[in-house]
Write a protein that binds this ligand. Structure first.
Ligand code: G1P
Length: 289
């Protein structure tokens, strides 16, 4: 597996879909079970062995920085109360990865958010995480993507087949199959209309990108919604460098909408041994009503 030293996590959005819950707290701090959403991506990046996690933030995101910092008072209080396992978990959090934060000062789109990490990432490949997308097998998916990056060179994006009616919610690729679950990317289009999509293979929130993406973004004009789209920049990059897509296995949860967040919470809850069995019988009872 190729070793990639840096990960970028975009966390600068306003979280308007969750208002008013996100009025005074970052969307990325909404809990999925007992962990905030952002932690799933940070843990996944750490599990892939990156040295540095770059989180793109904006105004009002400071609670995220505090979350990954040490909290001596809390640790000591837990120790005093004999809750050493919890104290250990709190300590573990701050040691997960070296994290640095860059600010996206204007909300000009996902591509623009990625561009703000340019100087910290420098001239090397990196993993991009869209933290709303929770991959059940995240580490495994990225391992496969890093293998493809190593053997076929260039950027690698994660895709999965979606229903025809859903293509307008995603970036869609035009694929040419080159191996089991691996496609050469011939073209990309952001949120096409039904009937205009070149396939049903939709881009999901994990990418292994070459640093060439930064100049591609710099040369990408605003697209859909007047925003600088990462998919448009990848289309540009694809004309210069090889690009592949990996059709991953395992569940993907989209925690970026209210309904998606609820579904993710229930799905993760059902798998959690401490709450799963009771949650299951609760849901059974409810569904009977
Ligand atoms: C973004 C990307 C899109 C991708 C999606 C995956 O869209 O622009 O290409 O398919 O993430 O979650 P968003 O969900 O920010 O609208």
């Amino acid at each position: 597996m190729a070793r990639v030293r840096k990960a970028v996590i975009t966390a600068a959005g306003w979280g308007t879909r969750f208002l008013p819950a996100t009025k005074s707290q970052p969307k990325e701090m909404l809990p999925l079970l007992n962990r905030p959403l952002i932690q799933y991506s940070v843990e996944e990046a750490a599990a892939c062995g990156v040295d540095l996690v770059v989180i793109v933030t904006s105004l009002g995101k400071k609670p995220m920085e505090d979350y990954f910092d040490r909290s001596f008072e809390l640790e000591q209080m837990l120790e005093r109360q004999g809750k050493s396992q919890q104290a250990e978990e709190i300590r573990r959090l701050s040691g997960l990865a070296d994290i640095c934060y860059v600010r996206q000062k204007e909300q000009l789109g996902l591509g623009h958010a990625v561009l703000t990490a340019k100087n910290v990432v420098g001239d090397e490949p990196f993993i991009l995480f869209l933290p709303d997308d929770i991959f059940e097998q995240g580490k495994l998916v990225l391992k496969q993507m890093l293998d493809i990056h190593e053997h076929r060179k260039g950027s690698v994006i994660s895709v999965r087949e979606v229903a025809e009616a859903e293509v307008g919610r995603y970036g869609i690729i035009k694929p040419r199959k080159v191996a089991d679950r691996v496609y050469e990317v011939l073209d990309l289009i952001e949120k096409p209309k039904i009937g205009e999509a070149p396939s049903r293979l939709a881009i999901m929130g994990r990418y292994v990108l070459t640093p060439g993406v930064f100049s591609a973004i710099e040369n990408t004009p605003p697209g859909r919604n007047g925003e600088i789209q990462i998919t448009d920049a990848l289309k540009r990059l694809n004309q210069k460098q090889p690009m592949h897509a990996y059709e991953f296995e395992g569940e993907l949860y989209d925690a970026g909408t209210l309904l998606g967040w609820l579904k993710t919470t229930v799905a993760l809850g059902l798998k959690d041994p401490s709450v799963g069995p009771e949650l299951k019988s609760f849901l059974r009872d409810r569904l009977r009503d």
